[in-house]
Design a protein around this ligand. Structure first.
Ligand code: SAH
Ligand code: TYD
Length: 406
């Protein structure tokens, strides 16, 4: 039995996926022997409603100089962050010399827009290879983990901040209390903190269990986030659902009492009650749905392979590590995974060791079926893969339901 990372209460573990490797740990055959595994389990806290992993992987095993996730591989995400940056500039950066901080700034996908508009900015990014890409483009970046100590150093060296941004990174940080202490310290009196992460309500509704992997320590709801931030005299002033990453939520936070609170906050609170995110029965249903989805996918792959037809994975996502290893998908079922990220190509998928190859190899020898691991980028991918469809290729989707599309 383990305790809640946020409030210390006893957790209720509702699902275990078994032994899992590091989701972004793409590797070479000489590393197979020493591959690291942990138990992937997910639990719910009755007291603060935070959904979280039951066992954590050391952060240095995940975020380092060979980090495989480069945010800029998706044009849709690039557009999304460009719009968010413009929105922040228009709404919140009207003081004479505004200053923007981004936590988990990766390859500079968002901060470059502030840089190009001549706005003072700073990124904090521990994975040094992706940080280096940002620095190479002129984006000011500290390569380190954000916490309260680093926040004190930033406050001392740079001063306070108008807007703090954090997309798809808050849910990666086990010590959220340390982050909030840092945010509270750094934000100017009228400062704004905007963060965005996959939303637990969407994961439940779409049965997108592949969002559960080592990097995602937490699965946020409005209820759990409200519990956290009010301890720091901060207030949720707005929330906006986002379509990216299969359903995310953008939270806008300010010092208590500085701004009026949008109706969207009340509305979403009521939505969560209607979704029964606080009820154990919801979690039991989720578990049954995950088990059903996994056995259907595996049965379909066996059926296709028994006819001698070929299946190739599309997108060596972190999410795919959970699906592949939980379902027991082997290289006999999925020949290789096509991915556009150079650092992943020529390596093998974590755990199951399915080869990762370039998109050119997908195009040169189209399979009968493409298993869409990057389902969250479906719109972008369908748009550019018309030739595969013309060739007669079929897509396998498994979120929200198993479906074969021609
Ligand atoms: N913000 C980007 C990247 C998300 S991936 C986007 O939305 O696409 C998560 C990033 O957070 C990784 O680049 C990882 O190195 C970084 N990260 C992990 N822990 C962190 C911490 N404690 N402080 C700052 N960044 C962190
Ligand atoms: P993504 O779904 O964004 O993230 P996560 O790792 O968090 O699950 O990862 C998308 C992956 O898919 C990334 O490795 C790049 C790859 N990809 C392609 O190969 N082709 C494409 O057209 C797109 C959009 C992504």
């Amino acid at each position: 039995m383990s305790n809640c990372l946020l409030c210390g209460s006893i957790l209720h573990t509702f699902m275990s996926f078994g032994k899992m490797p590091v989701a972004n740990g793409f590797l070479l055959p000489k590393q197979f022997e020493e591959e690291y595994y942990f138990n992937l389990g997910v639990a719910f806290c009755h007291r603060c409603q935070m959904v979280q992993l039951t066992e954590l992987v050391e952060r240095e095993r995940m975020f380092h100089e060979n980090y495989a996730y480069f945010s800029s591989t998706s044009t849709y995400m690039a557009n999304h962050f460009s719009q968010l940056a413009q929105n922040v500039i228009d709404r919140y950066l009207n003081s004479p010399a505004p200053f923007v901080l981004e936590i988990g700034s990766n390859d500079g996908i968002m901060l470059q827009h502030f840089m190009n508009s001549g706005i003072r900015h700073l990124g904090v990014e521990p994975s040094s290879n992706v940080a280096q890409v940002a620095i190479g483009q002129g984006v000011e970046t500290i390569s380190d983990f954000f916490d309260d100590d680093l926040a004190s150093e930033i406050a001392r060296d740079y001063g306070q901040i108008d807007v703090i941004l954090a997309t798809n990174v808050m849910c990666h940080i086990p010590d959220l209390h340390s982050v909030l202490v840092g945010v509270k310290l750094l934000l100017k009196p009228k400062g704004i903190f905007i963060f965005e992460d996959p939303y637990w309500g969407d994961i439940i509704n779409k049965n997108s269990y592949d969002q559960i992997y080592d990097e995602h320590v937490f699965y946020f709801s409005l209820a759990s986030i409200s519990y956290l931030i009010q301890q720091y005299d901060l207030e949720l002033i707005d929330i906006e659902p986002q379509a990216v990453h299969g359903g995310s939520m953008r939270y806008t936070v300010a010092h208590q009492g500085e701004y009026s609170v949008s109706d969207s906050v009340t509305f979403q609170r009521e939505n969560e009650i209607a979704m029964q995110l606080d009820q154990l029965s919801t979690y039991n249903t989720f578990k049954r749905n995950v088990e059903k989805s996994a056995s259907e996918l595996k049965a379909l792959l066996y059926k296709i392979r028994s006819k001698g037809e070929r299946v190739v994975g599309y997108g060596a996502t972190s999410k795919s590590t959970t699906v592949i290893n939980y379902c027991g998908i082997t290289p006999d079922l999925v020949e290789f995974i096509s991915d556009t990220t150079p650092i992943k190509q020529g390596k093998f998928s974590p755990g199951a060791h399915i080869p990762i190859r370039s998109h050119v190899e997908f195009e040169e020898n189209y399979p009968d079926y493409a298993l869409l691991f990057a389902w969250n980028h479906a719109a972008e991918i369908m748009e550019k893969e018309e030739k595969f469809r013309d060739f007669g290729g079929k897509w396998i989707f498994y979120v929200p339901n198993l479906e074969v599309r021609s």
